[in-house]
Design a protein around this ligand. Structure first.
Ligand SMILES: Cc1cc2nc3c(=O)[nH]c(=O)nc-3n(C[C@H](O)[C@H](O)[C@H](O)COP(=O)(O)O)c2cc1C
Length: 184
């Protein structure tokens, strides 16, 4: 038996303990749009938090790894208030993983990795083509304190996109796991 004092360990160690024990985690594959540039990035600090109002939460690091500039998703949601949160089918796992790469703000993951998107609703960013479930959301609020490196964004679900059967992929530690076929 051991008790680990989180104040006495490094943040990478905390991340490892959390991401290998709070499992599985869904992956929010978030599409945002700013000045015509489509940004796509995965986030697994992600869960539903309430139905009245219908809110989901995704926790986004303030800055790009090793850089003193905001993650594009962070900046875009703050500026445009809109995000399309796609859920990832197993067959798109590899593509989704690639979009975790740090890219300059003016480079679109859609273009760089040849990921097709599909406009479903004119008022929201497009979905990643092939995703069977997506939430069209509007920023409800954030919870921010100075010491926080990662900020929870609460997003209100305005509409949901549903297409056929869906086998979602889940994040376990730094890897991925299959769950089961889902029906609606
Ligand atoms: C499966 C997966 C899950 C991730 N989860 C998160 C997360 O919950 N929060 C976060 O800040 N970054 C997370 N990342 C890292 C971001 O995807 C990465 O920083 C990405 O470059 C952000 O892109 P952007 O600058 O276009 O927003 C995750 C990466 C992967 C591959």
């Amino acid at each position: 038996m051991k008790i680990i004092d989180f104040a006495s360990i490094e943040s990478v160690e905390r991340y490892k303990l959390m991401s290998t024990n709070i499992i599985p985690r869904p992956v929010a594959w978030i599409v945002t749009e700013n000045n015509g540039i489509i940004n796509i990035a995965p986030f697994s600090y992600f869960t539903g938090v309430s139905s009245v109002p219908p809110l989901l939460m995704v926790s986004i690091g303030r800055n790009k790894k090793g850089l003193n500039e905001p993650k594009d998703t962070f900046k875009n949601i703050k500026e445009t208030k809109k995000a399309t949160v796609c859920l990832v089918p197993v067959e798109l796992t590899e593509k989704m993983d690639k979009t975790g790469e740090v890219l300059p703000h003016n480079i679109s993951e859609a273009e760089k990795f040849g990921i097709e998107v599909e406009r479903i609703d004119d008022n929201f960013p497009p979905i990643v083509k092939g995703c069977k479930r997506a939430f069209f959301t509007t920023l409800y609020g954030t919870f921010e304190r100075d010491e926080m490196a990662t900020i929870p964004f609460f997003l209100e679900i305005d509409k949901m996109y549903i297409e056929g059967e869906f086998e979602p992929v889940a994040r376990v530690g730094k890897g991925y796991a299959k769950l089961c076929e889902m029906e609606n």
